[in-house]
Write a protein that binds this ligand. Structure first.
Ligand code: PNW
Length: 499
């Protein structure tokens, strides 16, 4: 019945606003997940321990509901059902991540876990048999504990470990995987070293460990890119990128201070990783180098807390991506000023006070308000600032609720965000080539445990079978993918629709 209704509404929309409610014929649709959030089987079949296993077992109090990913959606055992669901949505691509410690339990190639390797072989083969292209994230937060024991990402040697892990993945899966992503949201990974208890491994080294971790990951990304480019691309012919995430930052007032603050927030978050890769100058954004150096000197430190690249590293990083992979969820207001729970810190160095407009509709995640126009604003900013001629692929976008099947909030979120993305494409000329919904199914939401749900499919976490049930948004997303057209979302455009 609902489907019928959506079909009718969908075809009206085509007639009324065919021009800007339709996606280009070759536009790609995808759904996304990550290993620790869905697989479970945390110690099955020879998998090694990673930093999320360790932290959630030793400190359940760090997670809102004291939970962990030991079982999660049990996708290690239920991947066939997951592929059925992906197929039923009709998407072109499935973006998932590989658990490093499942394939290399110690983090290096001295020990390969054949059953772990086999799991991803079976998943990839089944996807391809169903004409779904795999898009593989190499690292979605789950570092092998063995590598954390030598310091984790702040230790520069991890770049070499990562390069060898990447090489192992190209050798093992690169004949079939044509879409690669090195890191998911490196700014979020840095929180594990800079914003205590926001992410594993919950190391409290704010304003220093986070910059060091970022530096190692950027070097690691460039190494993996150069290895792929020189040794694998000629025979495998795939594309490689890094997934960056950003909120949009809107100046809180029209003052030049706040306008500069919004720009600075974008440079300190997205620019931190995008500037070295996607600009002709390369290196970190000038505003970061200057502010962090000045703050360090003021504190009597002999050297900037922001590390320096060598000329060779700057050159290797420039242009080290074949497409621009971007995750986006929400928008903040930006005001010039100092706000930081800790000193020194990335927030302190940024010098921006962020907030939300009270009129912005809520989701169930307090940090994620529903602000569709911010998506268009961010896309315009990215296209202006960086080289995006190879195309922007939205690799995550989604809405948190508490798991209802009739998820109108999620339906409104997707239609309004997609409409603003189309506006960016057709009205602003931004080159977006694909869009990925986060997430295929309800899953383990990191420090929020199982209290928040992002899935197109509901998962019953009280049922040992982890039964999956499609939500209303799954039917809607299927329609959008099938018709390459948005349902008539005139109503969803107005913010009152979300109330
Ligand atoms: C992403 N924000 O993280 C991650 O890639 C996913 O693993 C996660 O499940 C998903 O978003 C939902 O949280 C984010 O502050 C964390 O806007 C925070 C933000 C955005 C994305």
């Amino acid at each position: 019945m609902l489907l019928l209704l959506l079909l009718v509404v969908g075809s009206c929309a085509t007639a009324a606003s065919a021009q800007n409610a339709s996606f280009p014929d070759d536009f790609l649709f995808a759904v996304s997940t990550a290993a620790y959030q869905i697989e479970g089987a945390w110690d099955a079949d020879g998998k090694g321990e990673n930093i999320w296993d360790r932290m959630t077992h030793e400190h359940p109090d760090y997670v809102d509901d004291g939970s962990n990913g030991d079982v999660a959606c049990d996708s290690y055992h239920k991947y066939e059902e997951d592929v059925e669901m992906i197929k039923s949505l009709g998407v072109d691509i499935y973006r998932f991540s590989i658990s490093w410690a499942r394939v290399l339990p110690l983090g290096d190639v001295s020990q390969v876990n054949p059953l772990g390797v086999e799991y991803y072989n079976k998943l990839i083969d089944l996807l391809i048999a169903n004409r779904i292209e795999p898009m593989v994230t190499m690292y979605h937060y789950d570092l092998p504990q063995y590598l954390q024991d030598i310091g984790g990402w702040p230790n520069p040697v991890l770049a070499d470990y990562f390069r060898e892990y990447a090489r192992f993945l190209f050798d093992t899966y690169g004949d079939r995987v044509k879409w690669w992503l090195t890191f998911n949201e490196p700014t979020s990974i840095c929180m594990g070293y800079g914003q205590y208890r926001m992410k594993a491994p919950a190391v409290n080294a704010h304003g220093f460990g986070d910059y060091q971790a970022a530096h190692t990951m950027l070097r690691a990304h460039a190494m993996a890119y150069r290895v792929y480019d020189q040794q694998y691309r000629p025979t495998q012919g795939g594309q490689l990128s890094i997934t960056l995430n950003s909120n949009f930052y809107q100046p809180a007032t029209n003052s030049s201070e706040d306008i500069e603050a919004a720009e600075r927030a974008l440079q300190f978050n997205l620019g931190w990783f995008a500037h070295p890769i996607y600009t002709s100058d390369g290196d970190y954004p000038a505003v970061m180098k200057e502010r962090i150096y000045n703050n360090s000197i003021k504190d009597g430190i002999w050297i900037s807390r922001l590390p320096q690249f060598t000329a060779q590293e700057i050159a290797d990083l420039k242009g080290s991506a074949d497409y621009f992979s971007l995750n986006h969820y929400t928008t903040n207001l930006a005001e010039d000023g100092e706000q930081a729970d800790q000193y020194p810190s990335h927030e302190w160095d940024t010098g921006v006070v962020t907030s939300c407009d009270p009129s912005w509709p809520n989701s169930s995640y307090n940090i994620m308000k529903v602000v569709p126009w911010g998506f268009r604003g961010l896309l315009k900013w990215v296209a202006n600032e960086y080289d995006t001629k190879m195309g922007i692929f939205i690799t995550e976008n989604g809405f948190a609720d508490t798991g209802e099947i009739n998820d109108t909030g999620r339906q409104n979120y997707y239609t309004s965000y997609l409409r603003e993305m189309l506006n960016a494409m057709y009205l602003d000329g931004v080159n977006v080539i694909g869009y990925t919904a986060w997430s295929l199914l309800d899953n383990y939401e990191w420090m929020r445990g199982y209290t928040l749900k992002f899935g197109l499919y509901h998962v019953d976490f009280n049922d040992p079978n982890r039964t999956r049930t499609p939500k209303a948004s799954a039917a809607m997303f299927r329609e959008i993918v099938a018709t390459h057209t948005l349902p008539d979302s005139g109503a969803a455009m107005t913010s009152s629709h979300f109330a």
